[in-house]
Design a protein around this ligand. Sequence first.
Ligand code: AOS
Ligand code: ZN
Ligand code: ZN
Length: 405
Amino acid sequence: MSDTAAGRTAAGGTGTREERALAALAQQTIELPSWAFGNSGTRFKVFAQAGVPRDPYEKIADAAQVHRFTGAAPRVSLHIPWDKVDDFDALARHAADQGVAIGGINSNLFQDDDYMLGSLTHPDPRVRKKAVTHHLECIDVMAATGSHDLKIWLPDGLNYPGQDSIRGRQDRLAESLQEIYAALTAADPAHRLILEYKFFEPYFYTMDVPDWGTSLLHCLALGERAMVVLDTGHHAPNTNIEFIVAQLLRVGRLGAFDFNSRFYADDDLMVGAADPFQLFRILHEIVQGGALAPDSGVNFMLDQCHNIEPKIPAQIRSVMNVQEATAKALLVDADALAQAQQDGDVLGANGLLMDAYNTDVRPLLAGLRESQGLDPDPLGAYRRSGYAETIVAMRVGGAQAGWGA
Ligand code: AOS
Ligand code: ZN
Ligand code: ZN
């Protein structure tokens, strides 16, 4: 970037653009998924790694390492029942002792035989009731852990035309969500229901929440504490994801991201690995929309599996990738961009974005970390800490994410 002159940008505040970027980056937080620390990955072989957590306590301990070296990952999402423990208060205290907090609570509607033909949309009211009741359990976990977000990814859908009524399933879904939302907001009016969408998989003819429009319609019907979750891996190839981000921000319904990368399907690879430019474009919409600050209502989460790479460093790398894309977005000269757009200066406007994208922000972020008392090189610092060797020596028989423990 050539210009660091004082002025107002979408990042807000005073000072040079770089100073404002640093201030915004210092506040940015990224939530980690507990399941990223267990053995997990594709439908095919899950390669077991030595030293992986044996229980939710150890998953949180590993997540805390990511926060220790990045200073930007202070929350961990839990998944019920994978992270079920006898005493959730104790788990929350353990998290606090480790310097992190419990983030969103993810329900699970895809591992029970009863759910073969659906859960919240199932034709049989008994199965729907069971699925709703699972969410009541998740709401109790929220109370015990201090979590604010109930995250629903609905795996329901159809494999064959005619298999069930598409419209009937939407009606049943609306009813089931209403019951969950009523219980959630009765427990605490500040709590949020955040609803994810996914265009295919595990079903292939249609999903019951296949797209952001369907998620948004259900959220609008529920009430103002219902928000859409955008998983970056859940779209058809070449979908313009930043358009969806801009649209949901406009109507105040972008609740959270599940960040990851995809090359083909729901790959769950490290965010920013496949397409760092797309991540930058998404973060540009976030910055332009004033949605970066922790109180903006958008929760920036990772949803990833690390099958062949070591998990803690992969999470550190992912946090750094989000930070780098954010830093570039914060360096866009917003005033000049607005002027170029107003003037119809197509190449000028595009050039301003590309200038920011092509800036090497690694020194800026290294400086930020040093100013926070952190090592400027989080991956190197983790490697040198010896934590990886310690857990390999201590832990035997680590868990596969998703199958208990
Ligand atoms: C599934 O495809 C969704 O991305 C979920 O958000 C998430 O991966 C799952 O809940 C973790 O099991
Ligand atoms: Zn997801
Ligand atoms: Zn997914």
